[in-house]
Design a binder for this molecule. Sequence first.
Ligand code: AVJ
Length: 325
Amino acid sequence: MRSAALNSRDADPAAAASAATSEFGVAMLQALRSRRRSIAPKFFYDDQGAALFERICLLDEYYLTRTEVAILRDHAKDIARLIGPRADLVEFGAGTPDKARIVLDALASPARYAPVDLAVDHLTGAKRDLERSYPGLSMEPLAADFGRPLAVLMQSPSVGRRVGLFLGSTIGNLTPEQAHDFLSGAAAGLGGGGLLVGVDLVKDPVVLHRAYNDAQGITAAFNRNLLARANRELGADFDPLSFDHYAFYQACEQRIEMHLISSRPQTVRLGGCAFEFSQGETLHTENSYKYTIEGFRDLARGAGLVPGPAWCDPQHRFSVHWLAA
Ligand code: AVJ
């Protein structure tokens, strides 16, 4: 194990260097050095992580994606009326433009679609397709961290009434304080327009538990991919299978917590340092907050937005909110 670690570091000095310089490397080192180890969930999404997330979205247990898509389809006309003509759509944390297409299909004359993502290379193919499907629309991917919405919106002058899309319950990855800050920034940058937000709802914890502990273990693989990514990109020597996927609903905080728990005492090497994990020690990898419809509307109001209609599915599993800015 130990000599394998040294070999893998020696074999890839570039990876070892990026442990100290890349954003992921810095975050992983900081997590490993802390007493309570945690890392931001945005680091799940390298190519393999994004592919695993797409498989999660297709799982029976993971109701979120298909429920949100159904809500958007069912209320596309109302949504289009609220967005209005010649809109300038900015999608925060866009993976693929599938959900934006549902909105675009219902709009009469959208002016621009600007997906904001850290990596926008994978969106170049989609640009051609989208501009062909919607004459008059220009697609302009913005390479940025959507965590700072005002800075993102200032980066590119508007070409019409500004409307933000923040779908998929991505807002659930933020603490309520961070969500407040995101919504305030969006309120400041979208003045005169609005924001469409997809928010997962509080519900029977058994349903939540199933959604984050699927029978096929895809969510476990998604969680462990963080460690495999550290091995690939940073030259770390994690043994991903010696960390258990542990996801549970924390009712007091109204959130799913996801952890990777060391199943035995072990040493992990990264960037020339050794880090001990005792048995049962955790790396906290994700929070996924759930809201009530009223709770989310209050949060939006507190951030200076004016809540409009909120739609949800018949089983009250997921919600989509229009917030006027
Ligand atoms: C993309 C953040 C909405 O929290 O449900 C899926 C990510 N994590 N399964 C979520 C996720 C585990 C997902 N979000």
